[in-house]
Design a protein around this ligand. Structure first.
Ligand code: HEM
Length: 431
């Protein structure tokens, strides 16, 4: 396999920590679709481009496992979440979890989301230096807790939010060991607290039922009459909260950024939203927001929230004729696939029309556009996540108009998942 191991032990870790997509793109340009590198002592491989991504993600039913590699990134904070399970166990859990993502269930979650948005978005204070990132994250965190656990939590909601944020921060920490007061230690404490809070409530929620995701998960049963154990429910809840909150918030911030940079698109989306004549559109009405959908897809292309998908080869595997030895961490990079000139015209430009029916550049290869991954671990929340992003943007567009704050040049900070340096300050005004 082409590539290099880099300096002893640390390998390419420093470059990867600074700007992983740039590192992946450079490797692709230098070595082609399959190459080797080293990440904190782990022999690793990069598989980019449509065919290589398909070979790896499509091979996750046999040659590649998701759990071990993702745990290297996420640490113990999301242990035994769905993405951390593999093969038969993963399929069995995924089949049960699908019951939480039916059309009717998603309709119920949207109702809960709208309840939070009505309170929260009204509180956004117009100003010339409004930090969009922290506002979006605060709103989406409250929305996630509401959708996942229903209303009426009182002070416990704030405790769940705090514990959960500690896990998220720890998963993206650079110093990945416990020391008093450190991010990792706070993450461990956060995980323990979430386990206690969810475990205490599981039997109660199982008995009472309800339309929140916690209730649906705890009561899901397969054809054999078996459901999740209490422990499974807790593990799935912690990971699902993360999976639902972080990527959705990141893409909302990205959409706000591009709409600030491209005011004509912002106006087009706003006009479209006003034609809906409702603040609380259901799934079918959200489907009519065609311009917003193009912007959403283009934002996911330019800055895929999950920009790298790690996997571990469980046996020697063949990817495009290269042998990937068992144990190799093999990374697929949606970011690189989304910027390849063989699939996309002028790949670095913001051009939502590329997804319009007359162009459909995303169909240039089955794996050209993979913000939600592919194969057996493809995002289970794809449909709900998409509706959620449209529902939030619909409301934001109807309430506010914005542009980048004077003198601000957006810059991405690569820590764990992508964040905007300076929190994306915008000049926010009421419509
Ligand atoms: C912008 C929104 C979202 C993006 C970009 C996104 C992205 C992804 C990606 C790339 C994967 C696959 C990771 C891999 O293959 O290694 C994934 C898996 C997953 N996502 Fe999402 N996601 C989003 C929203 C959501 C939402 C809203 C939920 C739940 C409510 C969710 C739950 C999950 C779960 C449980 C998995 C693991 C699936 C499995 O292992 O079978 N995601 N997501």
């Amino acid at each position: 396999m082409p590539g290099s191991a880099g300096p002893p032990i640390i390998g390419h870790t420093a470059q990867l920590l600074t700007n992983p997509p740039r590192f992946y793109m450079d490797r692709y340009r230098r070595y082609g679709p399959v190459s080797r590198f080293t990440l904190v002592g782990h022999p690793s491989a990069l598989a980019v481009g449509g065919d290589a991504a398909k070979a790896v993600l499509g091979g996750r039913d046999r040659f590649f496992a998701s759990g071990r590699a993702w745990s290297l990134w996420g640490g113990p904070f999301f242990a035994r979440g769905l993405l951390m399970l593999d093969f038969e166990e993963h399929l069995a859990h995924r089949a049960l979890m699908e019951q939480a993502f039916t059309r009717d269930r998603i309709g119920g979650y949207l109702d809960q989301l709208y309840t939070v948005l009505a309170e929260d978005l009204a509180d956004w204070k117009p100003s010339p230096w409004f930090r969009a990132q922290s506002a979006v994250r605060a709103t989406m965190l409250r929305a996630s807790v509401r959708v996942f656990m229903g209303g009426g939590l009182g002070a416990e909601a704030a405790e769940i939010e705090r514990a959960f944020l500690r896990c998220v921060a720890a998963a993206g920490a650079t110093l990945r060991f416990e020391y008093p007061g450190g991010t990792w230690s706070r993450g461990m404490a956060g995980r323990r607290r979430l386990e206690e809070l969810f475990a205490d409530r599981t039997p109660v929620v199982r008995a009472r039922g309800g339309s929140d995701l916690f209730a649906v998960l705890s009561r899901a049963t397969g054809r054999d009459g078996q459901g999740f154990s209490d422990e499974d429910v807790v593990n799935h809840m912690v990971f699902l909260m993360f999976a639902a909150f972080d990527p959705v918030s990141i893409n909302l911030v990205t959409m706000i950024r591009y709409l600030a940079e491209h005011p004509a698109w912002q106006e087009r989306c706003r006009e479209e939203s006003f034609t809906l004549r409702t603040d609380r559109p259901g799934a079918a009405e959200l489907g009519r927001l065609a311009a917003l959908e193009l912007v959403m897809k283009e934002s996911l292309r330019l800055l895929p929230p999950v920009y790298a998908l790690p996997n571990t080869a469980v046996e020697d595997a063949d990817v495009l004729g290269y042998e990937i030895p068992a144990g190799t961490v093999t990374v697929v990079s949606p970011f690189v696939n989304h910027r390849l000139p063989e699939y996309w015209s002028d790949p670095d430009a913001f051009d939502p029309e590329r997804f319009a029916p007359h162009r459909r550049e995303d169909q240039s290869h089955e794996y050209a556009w993979i913000p939600f991954g592919g194969g057996v671990h493809k995002c289970i929340g794809l449909h709900y996540g998409t509706l959620q992003m449209k529902a939030v943007m619909h409301q934001v567009l109807r309430r506010y108009r914005w542009r980048l704050a004077e003198g601000h040049a957006p810059e991405v900070l690569w820590r764990g998942f992508a964040r905007m340096r300076d929190g994306l300050p915008i000049e926010l005004a009421r419509v």
